[in-house]
Design a protein around this ligand. Structure first.
Ligand code: GDP
Length: 188
């Protein structure tokens, strides 16, 4: 189900898990990898297009929620504001949201926009995990170095490192870990 308004999202109260990150972070690829489908999630498209919240029902048990990517470089202030409102509306109104996965490209240093977004989630008391994407693009040592650097930066803001996953859509790294994690929470 695709909606442009939170009010129109599914009403059946199944637990939901949101996926969000900067555009191009690999969100569609990760969702398709998790679901073992080629084109379930479509790439976020260009800025200015209608922003949609996509609900995918999984095993009639929970929803995977694909939220629009943030952080397009060339977007007007007005478009940024509209987008912010759209996203905060979702996070603040959606009571069945259990957890958000914030996607971060493992190749990049911590980016202000991602750190700010995690701050926002923290202040709003929304639990989140981090999913590092595109792990296949780095050698194991470089990957470990980047994760350590990320941890160090986050520990300036947080008492502990949020739970995190290392993922690659190219070789399905992290798929079982992430899905098991969701199943475990759902069983609690
Ligand atoms: P979205 O905008 O966040 O939905 O990003 P996409 O899933 O469309 O991915 C953006 C680009 O990164 C595409 O060219 C993908 O092929 C590539 N990509 C995404 N995930 C991976 C990954 O795990 N490994 C590699 N090597 N490339 C990836």
């Amino acid at each position: 189900m695709s909606n442009s308004e939170v009010a129109k999202c599914p009403k059946d109260r199944l637990p939901e898990y949101a996926f969000i990150g900067r555009s191009n972070v690999g969100k569609s690829s990760l969702i398709n990898m998790l679901m073992e489908r080629k084109n379930l999630a479509k790439t976020s498209g260009r800025p200015g297009k209608t922003q949609l919240i996509n609900h995918f029902i999984i095993n009639k048990n929970w929803y995977l929620v694909d939220l629009p990517g943030y952080g397009y470089a060339r977007v007007s202030k007005k478009a940024k504001k509209t987008f912010q409102k759209f996203i905060t509306n979702y996070f603040e109104k959606r009571k069945q949201l259990v957890l958000a996965f914030v996607l971060v490209d493992c190749r990049h240093e911590p980016q202000p926009i991602d750190l700010e977004f995690m701050q926002y989630l923290g202040e709003s008391q929304i639990p989140f995990s981090i999913a590092f994407t595109k792990a296949d693009k780095l050698k194991p040592n470089a990957l470990q170095r980047n994760i350590e650097a990320y941890k160090e930066r986050l520990l300036q803001d947080w008492e502990e490192m949020p739970h995190y996953f290392i993922t690659s859509s190219s070789n399905s790294t992290g798929r079982e870990d992430l899905l098991d994690y969701i199943d475990r929470i759902n069983e609690e």
